[in-house]
Design a protein around this ligand. Sequence first.
Ligand code: G6P
Ligand code: MN
Length: 436
Amino acid sequence: MKNIKVTIAGAGSGYTPGMVLSLLKNEYFKVSEIRLYDIDKDRNDDMEVIIKFIVEKGGYCTDIIKTENPETAFSGIDFVFSQIRAGGMKMREKDEKIPLKYGLVGQETCGLGGFSYGMRSMKGFSELVDLIQKYAPEAWILNYTNPETIVAETVRRKYPNARIVNACDMTIGIEELACRSFGYDRNNWIVNYYGLNHFGWYKSIYDVSLQRDVMPEIIEKITMNGFDTDGMDKSWALTYENMRKITKNFPTNLPNNYLEYYLYPNLIVEESDISYTRANMIMDSRLKKIKDTVKLIKNNPNLNSIDYQDDLHGQYIIDIADSILNNKNRRFMLIVPNKGAIPNLREDATVEVPCYVNAKGVEPIRLGYDIPDFHKGLMEAQVASEKLLVDAFFENSYQKALEAFTLNQTVPNSDVAKKVLDEMIVENKDYWVELR
Ligand code: G6P
Ligand code: MN
C-alpha cells in the first residue's frame, strides 16, 4: 500500500489538533507523514509542539514535518487539507465589527463581513493553489477555506482543471445535533439538500431503518422544544435557538442555520455586541488554548495528556479523502458548479448539493425537481452578489465591488454599502487586490 502524505495548510489553526487526531486515530485512511504548513512561523511553531506531543504520547509512527517553505510543504504530497484564514483572527474581528458599526450584520462568512473575508481569501487561496500546482500538481486539495462559495467560484474560473474538493462541515453539524437532540442515527440517513454554501435547505431526510422521511418530525421537534444545546458555547447555542424562529415561520424545509443572517438581520444585529464579537471569543478561547497548551507541555516534562480530541470537522474531510483514495463512492455535501444539479437555477452558479466521491473526483447528484420560488429568489440574489464580488477581484473593479455590496441581502441601501466598502478597503490594504 502506498504511503500517503498529507499537508495541512493553515496548520496554526485551532482546528489542527482535532484534525490530526482524527487522521491518526482512524482505521482506514493511514498516513505516513503529516506536514504542518503555515505562513505564520510563531503559530506553526506552537502547533508543532502540540502535534509532536500528541504523536509521541500516542505512540503513533507518523512523521511530522513543520515548515513555512512551500516547496518542503508540497513536494511529493498526496493531499492538501486547506483551512487557511487570510488575515487571521485580527482581520475576522474587523469583518465582524465594521458592518456592525453601520448597523449591519457583522459575521465571518455572511453579509459584508463575508465579502471582506472573501476578497482576502480569493487572493490568499489563489496564491496557495499556485504553489500546490507548482510543487504537487497531482495532489488533491480538500478545501475548508471560507467563504466557500466565493473561494470555489474563484478556483473554478482560475484553475478549471485543479483537483479540488470544496467542503463545509455545517450540514453534518446540523444533522449530528438533530440526532443527538432527538434520538436518531445519522448513519441511517440519506439526506436531500440544496443551496449555496451557508445558504440552503433540506428537502428530505430519509431514515433507512425507520423507512420514512424524518424531516417533518424534526422540524416540529425543533419548533416545539428546540435543539439540545447542552455543553455548547453561548453563540452557537444562540444560533441554534434562532433556528426555531426560522422553522416556526417557514416550516416546509429544515434550513441551514446561517440563513438567520439573511432572514433576520435585525435580530442578529440586536443580539450582537460590537465590543465583543465571535472573533474575540475565539481569541480568548481556541487561540488562547493553543498558547496555554504549549506552555503546559514545555513546563511539564512528565505530562501525559492534553485536552484535544478527534472530531467531526477532521473526520469529515478524512472520509472524503478516503473516498477518493479508495474509490468508495460515498455521499457528501459539497460545493460544486451547478450545471443543472438544481434545474431551475442558473447553470453557472456555485451550489452545495449531495455528491458522490470516488477516485475520479466529485459527481454531484441532479435534484430532479425545481426548487420553490422563495428559495430560488433568495439564492439568485446571493449568487449574483457573490459573482459580482469575484468579478471585482479579477477585474480590480471598484464598481463591481460596490454592486456586490449593494446587492447583498443584509444591506438596505447603496449609501451604507459604499461607506462599509470604503472603510473595508482601507482596513484590508495589505490583503485585498487594488480596486480602481
Ligand atoms: C462552521 C462552518 C465553518 C465556520 C465555523 C465557524 O463549522 O461550517 O465554515 O468557519 O463554523 O466556527 P467558529 O467557531 O470559528 O465561529
Ligand atoms: Mn462552513
